[in-house]
Design a protein around this ligand. Structure first.
Ligand SMILES: [Zn+2]
Length: 178
């Protein structure tokens, strides 16, 4: 099954639609730009339902992406394995209500659920900020001073910050284009 561009959020959750299939990387321009090669696809396995008590889109995105190492320029295979758990919200009131469990709120504006765009964004968020092949990653790790908690904490912060930024942007600007 090919992944539709967009579905109606309300219909997807009521009918408990299952979106399962390969989405070619070439169909996601912003993502292909970030990759060394866009010949592959992302395996999408997403379910929409309200079984948890709220409209939800959840599942996984996987595949092998070709990234270019920042340090040695070599192209290497990077395994994508992203879990998605979105709580579909339609209004600010919904969004303000305390986040339930681990689900991130996602604004389904005007009942629109742009699946491909959403997959593209999630994969972009999952990409490493500093792509490094295994050899270089090991070299960099070996060059670090003493192992400690600090480097780990430092590595995670930029991702969280980026995710916040992207979410904020999405909340402001991804309404229907007039
Ligand atoms: Zn490298």
């Amino acid at each position: 099954m090919s992944i539709p561009h967009e579905v109606r959020a309300s219909v997807a959750v009521t009918q408990e639609q299952h979106f399962c299939g390969d989405l070619p990387l070439a169909a996601m321009p912003r993502l292909s730009e970030a990759l060394a090669d866009d010949a592959q696809s992302v395996s999408v396995d997403l379910m929409a339902d309200t079984r948890s008590g709220w409209p939800r889109l959840h599942g996984s995105l996987s595949g092998t992406l070709q990234l270019q190492c920042l340090r040695c320029d070599r192209v290497y295979a990077w395994p994508l394995n992203a879990q998605l758990d979105l709580r579909l919200v339609e209004s600010e009131a919904d969004e303000d209500s305390d986040s339930i469990g681990s689900a991130d709120p996602y604004w389904a504006r005007a009942d629109r659920l742009p699946l491909r765009e959403l997959v593209e964004e999630e994969v972009l968020l999952a990409l490493p900020m500093l792509p490094r092949c295994e050899t270089c990653e090991n070299a960099v790790l070996a060059a670090l001073p003493a192992p400690g908690v600090e480097p780990v904490a430092k590595r995670e912060n930029p991702f969280a910050a980026l995710k916040q930024q992207l979410k904020a942007k999405q909340d402001q600007g991804s309404g229907p284009t007039e």
